[in-house]
Design a protein around this ligand. Structure first.
Ligand SMILES: [Zn+2]
Ligand SMILES: [Zn+2]
Length: 295
């Protein structure tokens, strides 16, 4: 199989209206800068699935897209953007879906099932792009020079964390994971070793994690800080904010984390990180979809 092309790691979440500053959307895109691209120095960006799809179509114009999609797991908040990702509808494009959690036809069914009647008006078979569903074996895979490893995380029905090494930089995604299981605690630390950027599940407060939210499969800024400190992470980005947390509350969590690990940020809609230069940008307008004033 020809693995030329972009390397994308995506999970999408297409709705939690009303949050502007801090995104609760669980989508992220890792994009590797390549010499033949227009923006070779911007290997990392996070955008909404719909906006990402449109921008890819604009950028590629008449050229075809070949991309890899690595799924963490199949909870709704991580796959709902797929039906709205326009490049999947275009003939000539090719997408390769990867997951260590479901094998063979199970992976295809897990993704296509959400578009089956009566959940969505268009069946996935109507999508014009070629789609391949691949078993992700243990051990790293090399896609066009980007080395991608996965590790099991502690989450109901399972979840995978990813480490992407490319062009001398390391990006690690570890979301939907709860501390307290020694095997998983070790796995997530090994995954995060020396990462330039660790995007980490910080849904709950340390108190919630000890009490009412124990067993829900999520983590806190405090555990993120511990991992970052223990494993030489350069930048920590708190992610998977609780939909019940407002912007001010997320601000307060970030502030607490910064007291212990200064290079901490909160993930927010449209933030773009350049791993090469350390540059951080806010791209695009913040989403206004479904704000209460529009209802
Ligand atoms: Zn989940
Ligand atoms: Zn989730």
């Amino acid at each position: 199989m020809n693995h030329e092309g972009q390397t994308l790691g995506c999970a999408w979440y297409n709705a939690d209206p009303g949050k502007r500053e801090w995104a609760v959307r669980r989508q992220y895109v890792v994009r590797r800068g390549q010499a033949r691209q227009r923006h070779p120095h911007h290997p990392g960006l996070w955008q909404r699935a719909e906006a990402l799809g449109k921008s890819i179509l604009r950028e590629y114009a008449d050229r075809t897209v070949q991309a890899h999609i690595f799924l963490t797991h199949f909870h709704w908040d991580h796959i709902q953007g797929i039906p709205f990702f326009l490049p999947l509808y275009r003939k000539g494009n090719t997408f390769l879906f990867h997951s260590p959690l479901r094998r063979g036809s199970e992976l295809q069914h897990a993704i296509e099932g959400q578009m089956g009647n009566p959940y969505f008006p268009v069946e996935m078979s109507a999508m014009g792009a070629k789609r391949h569903f691949l078993d992700l074996e243990e051990g790293p895979v090399n896609i066009n020079g980007a080395v991608i490893s996965s590790a099991p995380l502690n989450h109901p029905q399972g979840c995978a964390g990813y480490r992407i090494e490319a062009d001398g930089r390391v990006f690690v995604l570890a979301t939907d994971t709860e501390p307290g299981s020694p095997i998983h605690d070790r796995a997530v630390r090994d995954l995060a070793q020396d990462a330039d950027l660790l995007l980490y599940d910080s849904q709950y407060t340390p108190d919630q994690l000890e009490g009412e939210k124990k067993g829900w499969g999520h983590s806190s800024w405090q555990e993120g800080v511990r991992i970052a400190q223990e494993r030489g992470v350069k930048r920590l980005v708190l992610f998977h904010h609780d939909p019940d947390s407002d912007d001010a509350f997320v601000d307060s969590l970030v502030a607490q984390a910064r007291e212990e690990f200064p290079n901490t940020m909160g993930a927010a809609e449209g933030l773009e990180f350049c791993l090469d230069t350390g540059e951080i940008k806010q791209v695009g307008a913040l989403p206004r979809i479904g704000l209460s004033a529009e209802r």
